[in-house]
Write a protein that binds this ligand. Structure first.
Ligand code: ATP
Ligand code: MG
Length: 485
């Protein structure tokens, strides 16, 4: 089922998210800064205003003390009291020790009794003052001392509205909002530019990858602006190289297959053509040529069988049929089957069982591997040579080693004998028929079960192939089987 590609909404863009994140991060400190600045400005202003009121009140209170204002209210000082109140746009009153108003700048509260906390405090000898932010009001009270300079005879109290502080605060607020909007615009513009720069390497990465995948460019991906783009470049290059290796090995494989399949056909064509061209061919020659053609057909069939075996062993399509297998018996049977071939070559085979091994494996695939290795050990052995098959179990693995006394394999060829169609040069392989697929099949059959295969050889001494497969094959080992050329 085809996967649905998600819609490309703009909010899925990495760039959009960067802009959003930067704008948000840039804006978070703003409200705090905003509130803090306005509040501290306001309270400084209020403090200053209050202390100015208090100091004017002290001056007036001192004058009143000197003039015994609590005993007689001179019109000069009462005028000054009104002036003081007007100066701040509020009311000023003088209260004597019985809390009776003896002078009021508005003239309304005369002879009335006023009890207030501020006045109480001032009677105890401490000046007082406060700013009521919500009431838009400020008040202050200062003591008027008697002749001894210690006893408080009266209190000068004043209350003034603070509308101008509200006006200034609102003004500042408006300015701050304007600044906030301006800053927002600047931040948005800067992040837009910044995001463009930040995103550029990613864009380049995507475009180059696209070009390389479409074949428009054939170069290594090399975008090293960020560690992340470097990592992606390296992973992509690894993938690309792996793809190239696979592609190359596939082409080589196809070329080899065609070549190998063509060889017997060419031979048959030559044989058939020569029979057609010859006149009065004796029946014996016919028979001989037809036998040769039959031989070539057998070879062709063998190659096709091997190729089919390899295809079946492909990790994508292979199926593991795991069963409890007595490996000793399996090897005995194989040796028995190959007995006639060994007799023809005059090669003896011995089975050296270190213990009885029962394993949960795919018997057909393990037999196929052992069969191909044993066939090689017989085929390439010297007449009169011997083969030793040893079976052991160690560390949860079944270990089978097949050693022969053949001519050995040159060191430079050893690493390649597992490749498909690889044959050590003809003089070494002699006239032995073969397509070079046997060891590839053996390797695939073992690795698909999570096992390993190793070859060791000394020229003139012999060759030894070791197979290790888990005693209990896990069918998930199919996943880990190599996809080697
Ligand atoms: P096939 O097995 O497909 O019929 P083959 O025997 O040539 O053909 P492989 O079994 O893959 O192919 O072996 C690859 C090559 O390795 C052989 O051609 C041979 O040259 C060399 N080789 C393999 N086993 C031995 C051995 N026991 N002693 C010497 N050379 C060997
Ligand atoms: Mg072989």
């Amino acid at each position: 089922m085809k996967k649905k590609t998600p819609k490309r909404h703009f909010w899925r863009n990495f760039r959009f998210r960067i802009i959003l994140a930067l704008v948000l991060i840039g804006l978070i400190p703003f409200p705090l800064l905003f509130i803090f600045t306005i509040r501290s400005y306001e309270s400084k202003m209020a403090d200053k205003y209050l202390s100015s009121i208090k100091s004017s009140a002290h001056v007036l209170a001192d004058r009143m003390a000197g003039d015994y204002y609590w005993t007689r209210q001179s019109s000069e000082l009462t005028g000054m009291l009104s002036q003081f109140g007007n100066q701040y746009g509020g009311r000023a009153v003088v209260v004597d020790y019985s809390y009776t108003v003896i002078a009021d700048s508005f003239g309304e509260y005369n002879d009335k009794t006023i009890v207030m906390r501020d006045i109480n405090r001032a009677f105890s000898g401490r000046e007082s003052g406060s700013y009521d932010r919500d009431g838009h009001f400020m008040r202050a009270a200062v003591p008027i001392y008697g002749t001894d300079g210690e006893s408080v005879m009266a209190v000068l109290w004043t209350g003034v509205p603070t509308t101008f502080i509200d006006l200034i605060r609102n003004d500042t607020y408006d300015t701050a909002v304007m600044m906030l909007i301006a800053t927002l615009i600047v931040i948005a513009l800067l992040t837009y530019l910044l995001s463009f720069l930040l995103i550029r390497p990613w864009r380049r990465l995507g475009k180059t990858m696209n070009d390389i995948s479409k074949g428009a460019r054939d170069e290594e991906l090399n975008i090293r602006t960020y560690n992340e783009t470097t990592d992606i470049s390296e992973s992509f290059n690894m993938l690309k190289n792996r793809h190239e290796v696979l592609d190359r090995s596939r082409s080589e494989f196809v070329a080899n297959v065609s070549h190998e399949l063509k060889t017997p056909i060419t031979a048959m064509k030559v044989l058939a053509d020569s029979l057609v061209e010859m006149q009065d061919v004796p029946p014996e020659l016919y028979q001989e040529f037809m036998r040769d053609i039959g031989g070539q057909l057998d070879r062709e069939t063998a190659i096709i069988d091997d190729l089919l075996a390899l295809v079946k062993l492909d990790k994508r399509s292979a199926v593991l049929r795991i069963s409890e297998v007595n490996v000793n018996e399996m090897l005995e049977n194989l040796i028995k089957q190959l007995g006639p071939l060994a007799n023809v070559k005059d090669v003896s085979i011995t089975l050296e069982s270190h213990r009885s091994v029962t394993a949960s494996i795919d018997e057909v695939k393990l037999s196929l591997a052992c069969m191909n290795i044993l066939e090689n050990a017989i085929k390439y052995n010297n007449p009169g040579g011997s083969i030793n098959v040893s079976l052991d179990a160690e560390e949860e693995h079944c270990v089978i080693t097949i050693s022969d006394t053949g001519p050995g394999i040159p060191a430079e060829d050893l690493a390649k004998v597992f490749e498909r169609f690889y044959r050590v040069d003809k003089s070494h392989s002699g006239q032995m028929s073969g397509s070079g697929l046997g060891l590839a099949i053996a390797r695939q059959s073992v690795e698909i079960q999570g096992g390993t295969i190793a070859i060791d050889s000394t020229e003139g001494v012999g060759t030894s192939v070791t197979i290790r497969v888990p005693l209990v094959v896990d069918s998930s080992s199919l996943e880990s089987a190599g996809d080697k050329p």
